[in-house]
Structure formats: C-alpha cells, structure tokens
Design a protein around this ligand. Structure first.
Ligand code: KG4
Ligand code: ZN
Length: 354
C-alpha cells in the first residue's frame, strides 16, 4: 500500500487494563487507559470481574482515544488488537470489539502478540507528554538486541533479530518477577498491585538490611519461588519476635526485597550477554516501571559499554500504544488477520523472519 501515513487504532484488553491508542505510523496520537480498581479488594486480578469491566470500559475508552487523536474513524487504515497471551474472557472483549469495528469500517484487522508488543514498544516515537519521564531514552535499539521482559505474567530474556523474530533464551521456571513483587506486597498487607508500592517504600529503605535467598538456577532461566519462601519465613520470624517490627522496618524490607529481585534479573542479563553479545539491551513489561530496576539496567549497560533502552513509563505497563506499534510493523508486511480469527490465551512469540 503506497501511503505515507498509516493510522491504526489499537486495543489492549489482555488482563486488567482496558486501553486504546491511535498511532500515525510509529507516533502516538492518543493513548487512553481505564485501569480496574475492582481487583484491589481481592489482592489480585479476578478474571470474571476483569472481563465484565472491559465490557463497560471498552466503548468509552476507544471513543476517548479517537476524540483525543483528532482524527475520525473513517481515517483509520487498520485495527490492531491483542490476540494473546492473556486471560481468555478479557481477550475476547477486545477481540470482538476490534473485529466488529474493522468489519463495519471495511478495514484490515491485525492480531498482535502482547509480549511482542511489550518488546516493540521501544520503537514508538511517542508523544511529548509520555516521553517526559525519560526524554533521552527514546532512540530505538538496533538489531540484534537482547530484551528482558518483566511483567506480571512473564519473566524472560528474548533475543530479537527482527520485528518478527523473537527467541526466548531464558525464562522463569515458576513465578514471574511481577508476581513476586505482588505476592510479597500481599504478605506485607500492601495494596494490589504491589510492585509500585514496594518501589515507593524501597526509596527510603536500606537495600542490605535483610539478606534474602539467592536462587542457583542453571543457564539463563529464572526462579523466584525460593526467594518468596525465604521472604515469607523472615517476615514470620520478625512478626513472632515483635509484631511492630514489620511496620517499623517496612522500607528496609521493601528495599531488600527489591534489591534481591533486581540482582537476580541483572545477573542473568549479564550472563546472557556473554552468550549473546550485542550493543543494545532493552527492558520491557510492567516491572520495568520499577525505578531501581531502571537504574540498575542502565548501570549494567554503562559498565559493559553498551546501550540500554528503557521505554517511557506510559509504555512499560500494559498499554495499547505498544500493540499499535507492533500492528504497524505487521501492517507494513501485509500481515492481517481474517475476521474469523480467534483469541489465543497461550500465544507464543513468533520465531519466523521476513
Ligand atoms: O506488563 P504488566 O502491566 O501486566 C502484565 O502483562 O502482566 O505488568 C504488571 C506487573 C504487576 O506485577 C505490577 O506489580 C508490576 O508490573 N509493576 C511494578 C511496578 N509497576 C508495575 N513492579 C515493580 N515496580 C514498579 N514500579
Ligand atoms: Zn503486559
């Protein structure tokens, strides 16, 4: 298709955020998120409530994104949506909405892998407001690059050789880094999601106050279950000794937990770089919003004399802009989905090349 500017509406509904974005090629014209507070009282995402909430939010979220973008529906060239992985009921809401709108407008439909979206978020040129949080980190990486994805559902090291070729070279054997943050926060009676809370409290704590277990996992794989058990035992012992200690030493506990998680993540990244040498490393997923991890990642790259790329905060946690970016790469190759496409809750990264 010979057209200079491609307008894509992107929809993300894989978990507990309903998000819509409008992109003009690799630039974000609008990004609107509706987060679901309903899960807070349960301390985690309740799938049935998530899909109901998407049903309510999807229409106003898409309408707001279109309105903010300043373009009309008839200007759209395609609709991108998250086809997987994620919660089945949640994915179905966004997918059906995308299908119906694409059909009514007579434009192509682009099914996007959520995990590829997190990685390709590094190629978004973005809008000024989203980039204010890290103005000097927006230059896209060059291929091949090593990506560390750390989200609520995944912790994986991915070797990326093109926008369509992703090789998982290491991944968690049990919990993800995000789950570890969230589960520890629950033990500490902090609200869900726990990652941002631990991040906030860790800022005033001593990262070496507590020495939690360090897993010994071969190769490039991760494990967080041993660390989680070690934290639980320590917290139980502290509470037995003095119930007030947990509250008093909360910043030290959070800083020590965060420090250990960051060490585990960066140690394996260093090991991966020995096996997959590259000039560029990238950080993706919700946990990449963590301030300690962001600076540790930048320091790791500086020590090795390579470039680290960390997306602006707005593109770290789940968002539709990253789905639009991945959709744009697919659009350029004519990679469209038929209207009878179905969601794939366990969708894996693609390893082909074009
Ligand atoms: O990528 P994401 O938004 O959703 C999934 O696809 O899973 O990641 C959500 C995860 C949650 O576990 C949340 O606690 C974590 O990202 N998270 C953080 C921070 N902000 C979000 N973890 C640590 N520090 C943060 N600042
Ligand atoms: Zn995600």
């Amino acid at each position: 298709m010979n057209k200079d500017t491609i307008h894509i509406l992107a929809i993300e509904s894989s978990c507990d955020d309903t998000s819509a974005a409008v992109l003009a090629n690799d630039r974000v014209l609008a990004l609107v998120n509706a987060s679901q507070a309903v899960h807070r009282e349960f301390g985690g995402v309740v799938p049935e409530l998530a899909s109901r909430s998407h049903q309510k939010s999807i229409m106003p979220t898409v309408q707001a994104a279109i309105e903010q973008s300043g373009i009309s529906l008839t200007t759209l060239d395609a609709i991108a949506f998250t086809r997987g992985p994620g919660l089945l009921g949640s994915l179905l809401v966004g997918t059906h909405f995308a299908k119906s709108l694409a059909w009514s407008l007579g434009i192509p439909l682009i099914g996007v892998n959520h995990m590829e979206g997190h990685i390709l978020a590094h190629f978004i040129r973005g809008d000024a407001s989203a980039h204010q949080s890290s103005p000097n980190l927006t230059e896209p990486p060059s291929y091949p690059f090593l990506n560390l994805t750390v989200s609520g559902g995944h912790t994986q090291l991915v070797w990326v050789t093109s926008p369509f070729s992703f090789e998982v070279v290491g991944e968690t054997l049990d919990d993800s880094a995000g789950e570890t943050f969230d589960k520890v926060a629950k033990l500490l009676n902090l609200p869900y999601p726990g990652g941002p809370e631990i991040d906030r409290l860790a800022k005033t704590g001593n990262p070496h106050a507590f020495e939690f277990a360090r897993p010994q996992i071969p190769d490039l794989n991760y494990s967080f279950s041993g660390l989680k058990t070690s934290i639980r035992y320590t917290l139980e012992t502290l509470e037995r000794e003095d119930p007030e200690r947990l509250r008093r030493e909360l910043p030290d506990i959070c800083a020590s937990v965060q420090n250990r998680i960051i060490e585990i993540l960066t140690d394996k990244t260093n090991l991966a770089l020995e096996r997959y040498p590259t000039e560029h490393i990238t950080l993706s997923g919700g946990v990449s919003a963590n301030s300690g991890l962001r600076s540790a990642f930048l320091n790791l790259a500086a020590a090795r004399g390579i470039r680290a790329h960390v997306p602006p905060m707005a593109y770290c946690t789940d968002n539709a802009a990253m789905i639009g970016m991945a959709g744009y790469f697919q659009f350029r190759e004519g990679l469209f989905d038929p209207l009878h496409t179905t969601v794939d809750a366990r969708m894996s990264l693609q390893s082909g090349s074009f």
